[in-house]
Design a protein around this ligand. Structure first.
Ligand code: GCU
Length: 597
């Protein structure tokens, strides 16, 4: 019997090329606002108090005869599609926040010398996971992956995987109770069974050595602490074949001097040519293949250097939403990133939480640099240690998942968090932790600014600890006057690259008028023209990611006939229609490209 896991076990990476079986598709569900399937009538937790209780929904119990009392039945219950949010699949769940139970039945013949894991791309927000009535564990955080081992719990036939999904908002959660996006609930990303040999490759990193683009360095860690296990890292196109052995902890570090190990010049990954190499990790038990790009990213004074060359981040902010529902598939990701390319972008800010792996792997292929962020958003409970550990866990999971993606250049710790000592401590601790986990990328956070005598001041204390100073400004929408915006002045004490992580204004697509009429496309168009003129004059400016690529759902946006539950700051409507401002930004990026590339 597996020990009861409180948080997810060692995360499996690069799941796409492992031996997987999808559990996507229709799952039965039960809506349980009173959590009747989790607590008994005295609010005691079944899986702690009386795990075999037939009233506990995770036992998927069926009456054995006509007189037995059972008050639920998954198999007679309706279905939801996984991956997907429940809000846009069922009208009566559109505004629902609470517990929904999901059940999936499956058969699986597991050979003797194999192990089996169940992997979730993401579940929003808190998942209690059970297999055949056994609790596998709990995961908190709606936007990062987790997995549990089920080797000793799975049966050849009649398995029932039950997930209690709870998207109730809580003060101490990450994010906390107030956000400007829809709190989509459900099993929102793929669910897969992953079969592994007894000793398998748990995780690895293969990247250019920090600060040295003549060496590839990294590690491979095995699932168990086995010493002297032979591992080969091979990159056929570069004729690289490196053999290493694990040490007592089952981990093997390696460094490959490119020059002496290959006749072929290494092509560095860049936005112009996003070169990915096939990399193979071989052990005597398995081979894993990955597509990995090699590039250096650093800052020098106010410059951001990609492969040693100064770049300008021509960006756009994106929510993980497509046409009014949670984006879940590779094709959703492709459409969103293709629109970004059409804008002339070389960079995307994935807001305000880690998006699905399709987004990041496609950005790697398409040559789009990526800002990834954890949802430390607005008024997080900064004094709460559990909240900090939750944020730290989400960082760990996204960095573990995406650390081999060349396109990911920035880890963002937070967005628009109010200034306080507790907040500063919280964020600097996260920054220091991130540097330990991955010192090869840049760190930032979307900051707020202050105004003194009409001058915008970017001097948030966190600026001392980050690599890129990023701030959000809404001149001409939440304040300021568009006519004078181009002359607005900004100053900062930090000699670091500056990125405007958000600016923007709303327009209802198809609503026209003159440029000072809010909500019209002409107003948004003018707002972009004026803000881009201003941004071009900001000292050390090295990039921008306007808010936002497409209109997106938000319960905070209720203006009838205009917003109707959508934040309308998109350059593209929720129906996929471009607004006039789209072309203002496209023009601006054409000029920037000529200037910097
Ligand atoms: C904020 C915030 C976004 C929000 C946007 C807006 O800056 O970061 O999440 O949607 O402003 O008000 O539209």
């Amino acid at each position: 019997m597996l020990p009861f896991a409180l948080f997810s076990q060692g995360l499996l990476t690069n799941t796409g090329t492992r031996n997987i079986t999808s559990l996507d598709g229709k799952w039965n569900y039960i809506v349980d606002p009173y959590e009747n399937g989790y607590y008994n009538f005295h609010s005691e937790v079944f899986d702690q108090k009386n795990p075999t209780s037939t009233s506990a929904f995770y036992n998927n119990y069926h009456a054995k005869n006509k007189s037995e009392l059972v008050e639920y039945d998954f198999d007679k219950s309706p279905t939801l599609v996984v991956p997907g949010d429940w809000n846009t699949q069922k009208e009566n769940l559109f505004y629902y926040e609470g517990t929904v139970w999901y059940k999936k039945s499956f058969d699986y013949k597991l050979d003797e010398n194999k192990r089996l894991f169940v992997y979730f791309g993401a579940v929003n927000y808190k998942a209690d996971v059970y297999l055949n009535g056994t609790k596998l564990g709990v995961h908190e955080g709606g936007f990062t992956p987790f997995n549990f081992e089920i080797t000793s719990t799975v049966k050849p036939q009649g398995n029932y995987l039950v997930v209690k999904v709870d998207n109730k908002r809580r003060i101490d959660a990450v994010p906390t109770v107030n956000t400007d996006w829809w709190n989509y609930g459900g099993i929102t990303r793929d669910v897969t069974l992953i079969e592994e040999p007894v000793l398998f490759i748990q995780d690895y990193q293969v990247q250019l050595k920090k600060g040295d683009n003549t060496a590839i360095a990294g590690y491979v860690s095995l699932s168990n602490e086995v010493q002297n296990e032979k591992i080969t890292i091979s990159i056929p196109e570069l004729k690289i074949e490196k053999e290493v052995q694990t040490s007592v902890d089952g981990k093997a570090q390696f460094e490959i001097d490119i020059a002496s190990n290959t006749q072929n010049d290494l092509k560095y990954w860049s936005t112009e040519s996003p070169k990915l190499y096939e990399v193979f990790i071989n052990t005597s038990h398995q081979t894993l293949k990955d597509n990995i790009g090699f590039r250096t990213i650093e800052t020098k004074g106010s410059d951001i250097l990609l492969n040693g060359k100064s770049i300008y981040l021509r960006g756009i902010s994106i929510h993980e939403e497509y046409k009014g529902h949670r984006a879940t598939s590779e094709s959703d990701a492709l459409t969103l990133l293709t629109w970004a390319k059409e804008l002339g972008c070389n960079y995307v800010r994935l807001a305000h939480y880690p998006h699905n792996e399709y987004m990041v792997r496609l950005a790697d292929k398409m040559g789009l640099l990526v800002w990834e962020e954890i949802p430390v958003y607005w008024t997080i409970d900064f004094k709460n240690e559990a909240t900090y550990n939750n944020a730290k866990n989400q960082l760990t999971e996204v960095i573990t998942r995406d650390k081999n993606r060349a396109c990911v250049i920035i880890w963002s710790m937070a967005n628009e968090t109010p200034l306080s000592e507790a907040r500063n401590t919280f964020l600097t601790n996260l920054i220091n932790y991130t540097r330990k986990l991955d010192d090869s990328r840049l760190i930032s956070a979307a900051q707020l600014t202050r105004n003194e005598n009409g001058i915008g001041i970017i001097d948030d204390k966190i600026g001392e600890y980050v690599d890129i100073i990023a701030f959000n400004e809404y001149m001409g929408w939440y304040g300021g006057d568009l006519a004078t915006t181009p002359d607005a002045k900004w100053t900062t004490p930090y000699n670091k690259p500056i990125v405007v992580s958000e600016f923007g204004g709303s327009a209802k697509q198809g609503l026209h008028g003159n440029k000072d009429e809010r909500w019209t496309e002409e107003y948004q168009e003018y707002l972009y023209q004026q803000n881009l003129l201003m941004i071009d004059k900001i000292p050390n400016i090295r990039g921008v990611s306007p808010w936002i690529l497409t209109d997106f759902r938000s319960p905070r946006r209720v203006l009838p006939g205009i917003q109707d539950g959508f934040n309308r700051k998109g350059l593209i409507s929720d129906k996929g229609k471009k607004k006039k401002a789209f072309f203002v930004l496209q023009d601006f990026y054409k000029k920037k490209k000529l200037q910097f590339d």
